[in-house]
Design a binder for this molecule. Sequence first.
Ligand SMILES: [Zn+2]
Length: 285
Amino acid sequence: MQIITNIQLKQISAKDSYVVLHPLLRMLRVDQIKEFLRTHLRRHALQNDKNTMKVILILLLFCQATFAQVNTIQLLGIDESHLVEQDNYKLTQQTAKAFAAMQAAALYDGIAIQLVSAHRSFERQQGIWERKFKQYTADGMTGKQAITKILEYSTIPGTSRHHWGTDIDITDANAPKQNSLLVTEKFDDNGPFAPLHKWMQANAHRFGFVLVYTNDEKRTGFAYEPWHYSYLPEAKSYLTAYSSREAFAFFKSVGVVGSNYVNRDFWDAYYTRFVKGINPELIDN
Ligand SMILES: [Zn+2]
């Protein structure tokens, strides 16, 4: 307990504090952590000290983490200690293995599957969100309008499947050089990525990968993304383990720009429409 209280909590960011505290927390019993939280909450909760609140929240989330396959801190993109490097991107070990096998099989058929995105941290998603929010509101939109516009293509930080390490965006390195890659039309009919798309439709399942944002008219949320695949054996259980309530609490606690426009009702509607607006194969019933 002494070790933790000696750390200058105010001077470290949410991410750093987790790295610092994580091995220490492993040495503590749950009742010791609870006692620390009780004292610390009394001392700091009423002060407007965002860093301290962040640290406390991460500690709380950690307390709830079990020995399950994945924990909340990993699902929110705060911790990436469970990920491995694959072609300069980060994936879970199982996803990386399955991806490498699929990549080898595709290459045999003349398709060079190339990762263009995999794991993305909460901080990076926060950066994307805040840049867009500031730009749209500077252009004259209200906060609410700006958020609606952001949600055409980007997720609320803490809710991206890219936080998990099970989801990938891919193109074909054998296609002629393209200026912009992730454009829907490039994946259909005679587009440069049509061979990749056809190959994936026929083979991705064999390796555990499925399209997340399908072109099914009944699907809600994000637009059709023919480049975004998810490693089903892990991602399905990750979604089950994902807690919308904890994600909302963390999102509100870190002071993301524009988060004052996102209340609990908005969040719940967003969760149903967007986070759950995916290929039903990826949802545990
Ligand atoms: Zn994606």
